[in-house]
Design a binder for this molecule. Structure first.
Ligand SMILES: Nc1ncnc2c1ncn2[C@@H]1O[C@H](COP(=O)(O)OP(=O)(O)OP(=O)(O)O)[C@@H](O)[C@H]1O
Ligand SMILES: [Mg+2]
Length: 220
């Protein structure tokens, strides 16, 4: 985990937090599983988890939010923030503290993009909540899987998790994609953008290269 100024005692750990971000159908869940397997094979104790969810109460919040989409974007922001706080307290922080690596399918950047860029919530407010709920458990590495809107939506549709596939949702998917690219550009030390349109095995290689170069080569 990164050392942050003002981080509480005991926050320095040997576990690393790796997050996958990107739009629907970009391959996050697929690559998160594969990376966790590969880390395990390299004898690095690893768990894979996801957001919203990843802890009992957080999974209940996930069910609430995904079954009954809130009318107000701010409701979604606060519920996701609450779920994340539980996820960190129950799952992420204890794992990192024990030296286990955590691979997480969506995290802070999804809140920034979906509630900020799409939901229109003031970004300073989103960052303020993030500071209060996430600090010091920011990702060591964020892998942004980038695919065009059409590819992502076709994949999500083929998987059966998508009902809307119209011009408006394509435009929104493109806005989400741009939101992730902008965030990655603004935080190059933390984020790597990978071409998610390549075949699964090639994306997995690119993921592994980023992880070994950024984290394993410097771990110790
Ligand atoms: N590189 C790839 N090439 C072709 N198909 C892929 C690739 N990666 C994943 N898929 C397939 O695309 C679908 C979506 O992938 P996945 O579920 O990993 O995306 P996701 O980013 O987790 O999506 P969501 O945000 O909706 O959870 C799955 O059916 C998966 O098997
Ligand atoms: Mg997924």
């Amino acid at each position: 985990m990164r050392a942050y100024e003002g981080a509480p005692d005991g926050a320095m750990t040997t576990g690393k937090l790796i997050t996958f971000e990107g739009g629907e159908g970009s391959g996050k869940s697929t690559q998160a599983r594969q990376l966790a397997e590969r880390l395990g094979a390299a004898n690095i104790s690893t768990i894979v988890t996801r957001e919203p969810g990843g802890a009992p109460l957080a999974e209940k919040i996930r069910d609430l939010v995904l079954s009954d989409r809130p009318a107000a974007a701010v409701t979604e922001l606060l519920l996701f923030a609450a779920a994340r706080a539980e996820h960190i307290a129950v799952t992420i922080a204890p794992a990192l503290g024990a030296g286990t690596w955590v691979v997480c399918d969506r995290y802070i950047d999804s809140s920034r993009v979906y509630q900020g860029d799409i939901g229109g919530i003031d970004k300073a407010f989103i960052r303020a909540i993030e500071q209060q709920t996430v600090t010091p458990w920011f990702p060591d590495l964020t892998l942004v899987l980038d695919v065009g809107a059409k590819v992502g939506m076709e994949r999500a549709q083929a998987r059966g998790g998508l009902t809307r596939f119209d011009a408006a949702s394509l435009a929104q998917h493109e806005q989400v994609r741009q939101g992730f690219l902008d965030l990655a550009m603004a935080e190059k030390d933390r984020c790597v953008v990978l071409n998610g349109a390549e075949p699964e095995a090639e994306v997995a290689e690119a993921v592994w290269k980023a992880v070994t170069e950024r984290l394993i080569a410097t771990a110790g």
